[in-house]
Design a protein around this ligand. Structure first.
Ligand code: 2NL
Length: 362
C-alpha cells in the first residue's frame, strides 16, 4: 500500500478501498492460524478494537473527497461485518469441537471405585465415651455445661472461699465481667442441683482450664466428675461405684485403694488409686507405669460437704452424697500405655490413627 498517503497528503480513494479489502484478507489468514478462544479474541481486539486496524483506516475517511466518502464508508462497514462474522464463526466452531470431544468421551462404569479413607476418633474421645457408657449403665445421667462460668458456680458454691489459692490469678483464667474459665466441671453439678430437688445422679464430662503449661500439664484438659445425692448415699456406695468402674474400664482383676486427702467441697476426701494395669498390681520394681508401687492415682473423691448442699438449697439433714473427679488424659495414658501427654494435642496422624473406632471397646 505504498503511496496511499496514510501519514502525509490526501489519501487516494481507490487505495483506501483496497486497504479495507486487504485488511479482510489479512484477518482471514490470521484467523486460520488461531487455535484457541484466546487467540481469536486477541485478533478481534486487534482489528475491531477502539485502537484497532479498522478504526485506524476509518480515521482517514475525513481526508478523502466528500463525494467518495459514502462508497469508502460502505467498504469499511463491509470489512467490519465480515471480520465480526468470521470471528463468531470461528468461536462457534471451537465450541462445537469441544462439545463433540466431550461427547466422544467414554466412562468405564465397571472400574472399581476410589476408596475414601475413614477417620478415627481421638483417643480422648474414645475414653470419654467409654467412661460415659460405664457410668450410664450404673444409673448416672450425662450432663454438660458452659466453659465460661460465674465465680460463684465455680468456687463459692463449692465451699472455696475468696482467699483460696485456686482463686488466684496465677491458677485460674479470669475473663471479662467477673467470669472465669471453669477450673473443673463441678459447676455442672451445682447447676443441676440448683435446677431441681434430689435425687441427683450425674456425670459431667468436659474441658476445664487452669494456668498450667509444662511437660505434664496443658492449660486446657478434659475431665469427668460424678455426683450422687439422695436420702442415704454412703461412702461405701462411693467405693463400690469406683470399684465397679475400674473393673470395667481397666479389667476385672483391677482393685482400688482410697487414701485420705483434702478438697474444700468434700468431707471426708480421698485420693483414688487403681491397681497398676501394667504389672497387675504386683509392684515390680521394674514397672515403669506405677514406678514399682503397684498403684496408679486416677483421681479424687469424697462425701459432698454440707456447705455445698447449703449453697444449692438442699437440707443437709435430708440428703448425703458422694462426688469424684478424674482427668481423661491420665485415664487414656494408663489404658493405652501412652508415655507423653503432649501426644494427645499434637495432631500427629501417625499417633492418632492407632486408635481405630471399635478396636478398644467402643
Ligand atoms: C480430682 C478431684 C474431685 C469433686 C471432684 C465435687 C463436685 C461437687 C461437690 C463435691 Cl458439685 N465434689 N467434685 C469431689 C472430689 C474430687 O476431683 O482429682 N479431679 C481431677
Amino acid at each position: 500500500m505504498s503511496g496511499s498517503g496514510m501519514s502525509s497528503g490526501a489519501p487516494d480513494t481507490a487505495a483506501l478501498v483496497a486497504q479495507f479489502a486487504a485488511l479482510e484478507r489479512e484477518h482471514a489468514s490470521e484467523l486460520g492460524k488461531a487455535t484457541s478462544e484466546q487467540d481469536i479474541r486477541a485478533l478481534q481486539a486487534r482489528y475491531l478494537g477502539k485502537k484497532g486496524r479498522v478504526s485506524d483506516l476509518m480515521r482517514l475517511l475525513g481526508r478523502i473527497p466528500p463525494a467518495d466518502r459514502a462508497l469508502v464508508g460502505q467498504k469499511a462497514n463491509q470489512a467490519k461485518d465480515s471480520i465480526e462474522r468470521q470471528t463468531d464463526h470461528a468461536l462457534a466452531a471451537l465450541a462445537n469441537a469441544a462439545l463433540e470431544a466431550d461427547l466422544r468421551r467414554t466412562v468405564d462404569v465397571t472400574l472399581p471405585g476410589r476408596g475414601r479413607r475413614l477417620g478415627t476418633l481421638h483417643p480422648l474421645t474414645l475414653v470419654r465415651r467409654e467412661i460415659e457408657q460405664i457410668f450410664h449403665a450404673m444409673g448416672f445421667e450425662v450432663r454438660t455445661g458452659p466453659w465460661i462460668e460465674s465465680e460463684w458456680n465455680n468456687f463459692d458454691a463449692l465451699n472455696t472461699p475468696p482467699d483460696h489459692p485456686a482463686r488466684d490469678m496465677q491458677d485460674t483464667f479470669f475473663v471479662e465481667g467477673g467470669m472465669v474459665l471453669r477450673s473443673h466441671t463441678s459447676p455442672v453439678q451445682i447447676r443441676t442441683m440448683l435446677a431441681g430437688p434430689p435425687p441427683v445422679k450425674i456425670i459431667a464430662p468436659g474441658n476445664v482450664f487452669r494456668r498450667d503449661d509444662d511437660a505434664t500439664h496443658t492449660p486446657m484438659f478434659p475431665q469427668v466428675e460424678g455426683l450422687s445425692v439422695d436420702g442415704d448415699v454412703s461412702f461405701e456406695d462411693l467405693k463400690a461405684t469406683l470399684f465397679a468402674f475400674v473393673q470395667r474400664f481397666f479389667g476385672a482383676d483391677t482393685d482400688i485403694r482410697l487414701r485420705p486427702s483434702f478438697f474444700p467441697f468434700t468431707e471426708p476426701s480421698a485420693e483414688v488409686d487403681a491397681s497398676c494395669c501394667d504389672c497387675r498390681g504386683q509392684g515390680r520394681a521394674a514397672c515403669r507405669v506405677c514406678k514399682g508401687t503397684g498403684w496408679l492415682e486416677i483421681g479424687g473423691a469424697g462425701m459432698v460437704h454440707p456447705n455445698v448442699f447449703a449453697a444449692v438449697g438442699y437440707d443437709k439433714h435430708d440428703v448425703t452424697g458422694f462426688a469424684f473427679g478424674m482427668g481423661l488424659s491420665r485415664m487414656a495414658m494408663l489404658k493405652y500405655g501412652v508415655g507423653d501427654l503432649r501426644l494427645f494435642y499434637e495432631n500427629d496422624l501417625r499417633f492418632l490413627e492407632q486408635f481405630q473406632v471399635g478396636s478398644f471397646n467402643t
